[in-house]
Structures are given as C-alpha cells and as structure tokens.
Design a protein around this ligand. Sequence first.
Ligand code: ZN
Length: 458
Amino acid sequence: MKRLWLLATALLALTPLHAQDARRDAEKQLFAKIVEIPTVEGRSTEFNKLTALLTTEFRKAGITNVMVKDHDGTQTLIARWPAARPSGKKPILLMAHMDVVEAKESDWKYPPFKFREDNGWYLGRGSNDNKAGLTGIVLALQYLREERFAPTRDIVILFTGDEETTGNGARRAATEWRSLIDAEYALNSDAGGGSVYPDGRVEAFGMQIAEKTYADFKLTATNRGGHSSAPRPDNAIYALANAIGALERHRFPPMINDATRATYEALAVADKGQYGELIKRFLADPQDRETADLLEAMDIGSTRTRCVATMLSGGHAPNALPQKAEANVNCRIFPGVKVEDIRQQLQSLSGPDVTVSAVEGSQTPETSPTPLRTDVTEAYKAAVATRFPGAPVLPFQSAGATDGAFLRSQGIPVYGFGGLWGIVGEREGAHGLDERVWADGFHGQIPIWMEMLRRLAG
Ligand SMILES: [Zn+2]
C-alpha cells in the first residue's frame, strides 16, 4: 500500500506544476458550469441544459452510450462505458443526483446560482449536495480514458433528477429501467466521503450501507362538536393532545445492525472517555435501555426508530367544540422495521379516540443494511490511502434517505462512496444557506475515484 502511494506521489511530481494548475483550473470551470445550472424541482429546461452538458462531457471520456429519460417533470441520465476486456463480472453502477434544493436568493449572502471561490471554498447551491460528487465522477472517467484505462466490466452511470423530492428516477431505474442499470453493486457519491481535521489528520471516510425509512403518519380525532358554552368530556383537541403526550413519553426499543455496530466499534476504539465507555456498554448489550437512552441523547436517532410531532391543526371556530383535530407525526424507522408495525404502535399509544393512518406517498422504501464486502471496503481504503495513508473507512447508517434506498429495496447492494472531503467543524450548508465545498476536497476526490475504479473495474 505504501509503495503504491509513493508511486502515485512520484507520478504527480512528474507532471509539471503549470500543467497541474491548468488541470485544476479546467476542473473548476466545469464544476462552475454545472453549479450555475439551477436544477431545482419544476425547472425542466434547466435539466435539459445539464443533461446536454453532461452528454458532451461523457463523449470526451469516450462514453457515447448516453440515454436521457424524460419523466415526471424531470430527467434521469444513464450512461455506459462498456468493458474493454470483459471479465464476465456484472457491471458496477456509479450514482449521483443532478437536482438541488431550492435556494432563496434574498436569504443568501451571495446569489446561490452564481459559482464563487472564497478562501479555499467553492460556493453555490448544490456545490456540496451533490454536484461535487457528480462532477468528480465525470472527471475521473475522462482522466481514466486519457490514461487508456481498459475496464474489465461495464461501468454504468446513473444521475437522477429528483433525489431531493420524489425519488422517481431511482425508483424507475431500479424497476422499469432495471436492464439499463443492473449491476453487481452501486457506489453512491451522495452518501460517502471524508472528514479531515484542519491539521490534515483524517477523522474517517464514511461508507453508507443503511438508511432509515422515512414515513409520515396522520393522527386524526373527530367529534360531533357542539356549542362551546356546554363542554363535554369528549373533545377532539383533548383526545389528540393526549395522544401526542403519549408519543412524547414513548421510547421505541433500542436496536443495532451491521452499520451502527461498525460505527460504534470504531468510535469505541477512538474515544477513551465516558462516551467510549457508554458505547462499549451498548455494544455488550444492545437491549440495555438505560445505556441506549443515554447514547441516544448524544447520537440522536442512531439506536432506534424515532417519531416526532411536526404539524398541528384543529377546530373551526373560537366558540364551537372542535369537530376535528389533526397532527402530522414524522418517523425515521430503523432498517428492518415495517412501516405498518410503527403505525400499529402509534395507534395503540393514541387510544381509541384517535385514528392513525400512514400518509400516502410519504414513505421511502423499507430496506435492510447492504452486507459489507471485503473487496469494496479494501478498495475504498486503498483509494483513500493514495492521498491519506492509513485513513479509516467507516460503515454507517443514515438517518435520512437517499436514492440508494430505491435500489437496495430492489436487491441492488449500494455503498456510499466518495473521495470528497470536508473539514471537521466547518459548516457546509447542504440544503441550507451559503452551501459550499472544500476546494481541495473537490479536486482531491478525482484521483480517489480513479483508484477506486482501477481496483474494482480494472
Ligand atoms: Zn443529496
């Protein structure tokens, strides 16, 4: 591993400095173009622009098999680099999403869709989530082609256009377009990458292998109502308030899986203090509620399913008994637990005067963690080591959901992978204000992607 790293450093040293600068500049130019196309939900012409640009860039990488699907008011791009020396292995799939979260210009320090460089950071909506990863994949493929890389298996690319909203692109890819994207496993740039301390030490590079299921539930209390001068014990607002109170006090049972266990095992080694002790106790007995509760207070959502009331409405007049009261409860369900099981538990907590129903269309697919594979984990470590020798790679579970869930639920293993890194303690503003990405992380991801692909498809 060390020899390889020295070799990579030696090669880099052979490239003249001005050539390196020119490369970095070209990479930045492409990234700027991509960030400045405001691919927000509903702006379909912007998706046309981005897919046209990406098609041209893929051609530069010699990839001519590029398909753009128009669907659901957005687009999905699927491209394929066929094996040059086929080994018989199934393709690998590289994933990113083209869409970004809406950004209100008046709230931002600078216009969100104007690319900007500031003090070592690249700014703009989508710079972090997920256009850096997307651009990194494109550039890595171009450079691999330049160095005459001959893949031994097909490399397939899936760029969706609605990850932040409906996930229709990933859902359709995993089902109706399955033959176009089918792969032994997928590497999802939206769910990997590293964090590095300001002094250059690496905290870890993450590999997402599990996601919680998102689901909304409606709690509804109805009542015959009446005149408020004559209150009765039965009251829709009181019934709903009691149900919400019961939910506030409720704790779902603690759980553990391969992803959270791997994260905790690494943290237990890293933390020599009280936190580390707590983790060791939890690992020794994941059913120990008291330990899990203490841990949950620090790592919110990592030891169990969590549900929380998020919206409330009720009544129709100040002087009338309420005929209806409603609340929305948002749940992040632990992998392996059925949405219907959670609905039933919420129903029994709420009592007979409140009806609990799942909000149709709200949920992401129910998934189990993707089993770890030594070849992928080892390749990830080796790829990162070309830049950060000995850096740890840490499997983890996301509290939120990505496109990966749609593939996992259809039997395609998905690994969060990325060479991109951020700086520990520095805000990046994904989905929020003044979104940005660490410039060295952006450029530095490209050779890491290249090494990953050499190892898995070379
Ligand atoms: Zn994303």
